[in-house]
Design a protein around this ligand. Structure first.
Ligand code: NAI
Length: 251
């Protein structure tokens, strides 16, 4: 390494949390990174950190649930860096907490729109460019909530099960043409998303750590590094995989 010199990666949700950590690791490995997120100031800070460390990155304001934005984010990769090799479709929201029969319909649609339709729209825009460039790798962010049910977040759980379905299907469709497609299924990771849930449930992080064989919750880089590994040549025979990274929580 750096293994990714002359490669380009898109990372969605890269203004904070797991996406920010992944964007920084892609850049440290030599990739030029398109930082795609709704949050402008934080996204520009991710770019500045990458540049300060000697890397290359560009921010593009993106709502992953909007087909036009998904296309525009890929256009930025092509226009700025000449192509696209890797995509980490990671942006996601948890949505409102309520039992299924109390879930507002608009909350269900919003969560599915970002977490599931956002991954679909991302792949739909990214994969044709990768095919034209002779191959690539996609990683989508699911969750341990794509493996198990969790009370009061049924839209989130449904979206994350769906991400695994999209991932496995795209892997069947494109692996033979040089585009590998995988997912990561993080356990509880110390990001702004989880810090917000902690406000509703102050014991949550401590209880999760206690229920985790490794004895703590995860760090954003522990997911970002796995996403980067799945894009690397070391993972050249890995496709259609949903990799659980949870300190043993679901074991
Ligand atoms: P976060 O809330 O810290 O960061 C998510 C980023 O996505 C934010 O920068 C936000 O602005 C961006 N985003 C939200 N909606 C967007 C949209 N429509 N278009 C573009 N960007 C948008 O969350 P975190 O924890 O880093 O989560 C990243 C991914 O990991 C999500 O898909 C989440 O569901 C998943 N995940 C997180 C876990 C955790 O414990 N933190 C556990 C399992 C999965």
């Amino acid at each position: 390494m750096p293994e990714f010199d002359d490669k380009t990666a898109i990372v969605t949700g890269a203004s904070g949390g797991i996406g920010e950590a992944a964007a920084k690791r892609f850049a440290a490995e030599g990739a030029s990174v398109v930082v795609a997120d709704l949050k402008v100031e934080e996204g520009e800070a991710t770019v500045a950190d990458i540049e300060d460390a000697g890397g290359e990155a560009t921010f593009v304001e993106t709502d992953v649930s909007d087909p036009a934005d998904a296309g525009a984010m890929v256009d930025v990769a092509v226009d700025t860096y000449g192509g696209l090799d890797f995509a980490f479709n990671n942006a996601g929201i948890e949505g409102e907490r309520a039992a299924t029969s109390d879930q507002p319909v608009d909350n269900f649609e919003r969560v599915i729109g970002v977490n599931l339709k956002g991954v679909f729209l991302g792949m739909r825009a990214e994969i044709p460019v990768m095919l034209d460039d002779g191959g690539g790798a996609v990683v989508n962010t699911s969750s341990i909530a794509g493996r198990l049910g969790f009370p009061e977040i049924s839209p989130y759980v449904a979206s994350k099960f769906g991400v695994i379905g999209l991932t496995k299907t795209a892997a069947l469709e494109y692996s033979g043409e040089g585009v590998r497609v995988n997912a990561v299924c993080p356990g509880v990771i110390d990001t702004p998303m989880v810090q917000r849930s902690q406000d509703d449930d102050p014991e949550m992080m401590e209880q999760t750590a206690a229920a985790t064989p490794i004895g703590r919750i995860g760090e954003p880089a522990e997911i970002g590094d796995a996403a980067v590994w799945l894009c690397s040549e070391d993972a050249s025979f890995v496709t259609g995989e949903a990799m659980t990274i949870d300190g043993g929580y679901t074991s």
